[in-house]
Design a protein around this ligand. Structure first.
Ligand code: SAM
Length: 537
């Protein structure tokens, strides 16, 4: 009989695979995936100064270089004692520069291995779930504190209801003084691990300067969300959201810790009150229109002074803070006695409260190198590389006769020129140009290097070699290096000081690191801004 003759619903079913066989097949395919992943890992070397690399240096320091070398020699550096998804209780030994706990088993015969667990502190016993194994360490999700470090931890300090789920702020259980002390250690370790400088070349690292606001300080947040699932019935979705119902799959907020998955956020305690006030309406607008989105999107909420009021650097009486969501709109803010405007999508520091302290510190740290105002060696010229919309060029300008800035973003350069005007600084004193930072050396031939200060404030990846090479050829008298990534800063400062012998040999000059200190632009998180002052002597 032909199959078609059997009629509908009469087709012979394929013989069902026994359960054990199915399980064995699945285990085999999982093992294949794990082996493939391991193969990839073995060849994977984290990029220098990346968070993985910074963590690896902390792991090596905890295990000891000899122990790591021995494990590599024995070929066991990927032999994790913790299977995927295993739940374990461990002792937290220290905290990494990324702000995660580095934990170990306390069994005497345990093999040397570190488990990286967020939201826990040195001296604590923590329960966690391993989700990834890597070279001599595992990454784990935090489950619970079994034994707290009562000297450091006070969970009453935690102000965010998403703490330990959202990937944002790891340090809320700490006192603010402890946060600042941890951040000082990050600067110390960065210079030890990345500068390649002898300890004698690194000055005593000064205490981290705290932010006047420890919550409610972030002037910019960027919640995001994913598009509707591809096969969803959009008409039904529209009816659902128009009826005021939010679909379960729609999450608008920030990423869950260690996951590439968004979680709903109704408020963010580190964001300013103005942004938190505006968030619910913006959130609801996305819910109501989600059926129109083909792709996911990132929202922008940025605090600004009301730009419909005429700008006045001195008069603050008409100041009114508003929330801007349009990427192309102008943002306005004050820093000390100066006014700044910039396009909403461009870079500007996100903690306005600490900016007067940061910019004054850089200004005073430079001035303190020449305490006598009549000193003829006092620098008169300033170059602000990576200048954005002119923050350092403008706030430091009262101490200099001539100022130049360079920046890759055309928008930021337009605004830097506008900001000079806004603050009554004339174009014969201050000029800005668009270009790669290294291009600046072509246009400052009339700047006397021995009277020039150079501010460097690059993105997280730091400076590239052509820039450092030209800096060493130009030889500005003072370099103020401001950075949101102290590891690349340490690497670059190491190159500037270390190259001195080769490049400046015969000229009787060398750069010295005069001072180094962190600024807390990012309270409740593990991030630290670092300011290094270098002088050619
Ligand atoms: C950390 S921000 C500092 C901006 C400014 N100093 C401030 O504090 O507002 C770094 C800036 O460098 C700019 N940038 C990135 N790569 C650059 C390059 N190769 N040359 C010049 N500027 C660059 C970015 O557009 C950004 O404005």
């Amino acid at each position: 009989m032909k199959l078609s003759e059997k009629g509908p619903g009469k087709r012979p079913r394929p013989p069902s695979i026994p359960k054990e066989e199915k399980q064995a097949k699945r285990a085999k395919s999982l093992a294949k995936v794990a082996a493939k992943r391991l193969k990839k890992q073995r060849g994977h070397v984290p990029e220098a100064c990346s968070p993985e690399d910074v963590r690896w240096k902390d792991i090596v320091s905890l295990l000891g270089q000899d122990v790591v070398n021995k494990a590599v020699e024995d070929g066991i550096e990927f032999d994790s004692p913790f299977p995927f998804k295993s739940e374990v209780e461990l002792e937290v030994k220290t905290i990494s520069s990324n702000g995660e706990g580095l934990a170990q088993s306390c069994e005497e015969d345990s093999i040397p291995w570190v488990v990286v667990v967020p939201f826990c502190l040195p001296g604590e016993r923590v329960k966690c779930r391993v989700f990834k194994n890597d070279r001599m360490h595992s990454l784990a999700d935090f489950i619970q504190i079994i034994r707290p470090n009562t000297e450091l931890r006070d969970d009453e300090r935690v102000k965010c209801k998403y703490f330990s789920k959202c990937g944002g702020c790891q340090y809320q259980m700490l006192s603010y003084d402890s946060q600042l002390a941890f951040k000082r250690d990050v600067v110390v370790k960065a210079y030890k691990n990345y500068s390649d400088l002898p300890a004698s070349s690194i000055p005593e690292i000064q205490p981290t300067i705290g932010s006047p606001l420890q919550y409610g300080y972030r002037t910019k947040i960027t919640p995001h969300f994913q598009a509707p699932p591809p096969k969803i019935d959009r008409t039904a979705l529209q009816a659902q959201v128009e009826a005021g119902e939010k679909p379960d799959w729609l999450q608008i907020g920030f990423n869950i810790q260690s996951q590439n998955k968004v979680m709903d956020i109704e408020e963010c305690p580190i964001a300013t009150p103005v942004l938190n006030h505006a968030l619910p309406e913006i959130y609801q607008n996305v819910v109501k229109t989600i059926h129109t989105y083909k792709k996911g999107a990132t929202l922008l909420l940025r605090e600004s002074l009301d730009t419909s009021v005429d700008p006045d650097p001195q008069d603050t009486s008409k100041d009114k803070q508003v929330c801007i969501t349009n990427n192309h709109a102008s943002i306005r803010e004050r820093v000390g006695g100066f006014l700044f405007e910039y396009v909403a999508s461009s870079f500007f520091q996100n903690n306005n409260a600490i900016l007067p302290a940061l910019t004054s510190y850089v200004r005073e740290a430079i001035a303190s190198l020449y305490p006598d105002p009549s000193d003829l060696a006092r620098p008169t010229h300033l170059i602000d590389t990576y200048c954005g919309s002119g923050l350092f060029a403008i706030t430091l300008s009262p101490d200099f006769s001539t100022v130049a800035g360079i920046e890759i973003s055309a928008d930021s350069i337009l605004y830097a020129k506008h900001n000079a005007k806004l603050n009554n600084i004339t174009p014969d004193k201050m000029s800005f140009r668009k270009g790669d930072a290294a291009e600046i050396f072509k246009s400052v031939s009339d700047f006397p290097p021995e009277k020039t200060v150079m501010v460097i404030d690059p993105p997280r990846k730091g400076c590239d070699d052509p820039f450092i090479k030209q800096l060493l050829e130009f030889r500005p008298k003072v370099v103020a290096y401001v950075s949101c990534n102290v590891h690349t800063q340490a690497r670059d400062v190491g190159k500037i000081l270390g190259a001195t012998q080769d490049v400046l040999e015969g000229k009787g000059e060398k750069y010295v690191l005069e001072s180094l200190r962190g600024f807390d632009l990012f309270p409740q998180t593990a991030h630290v801004e670092s300011v290094a002052i270098l002088r050619l002597v």
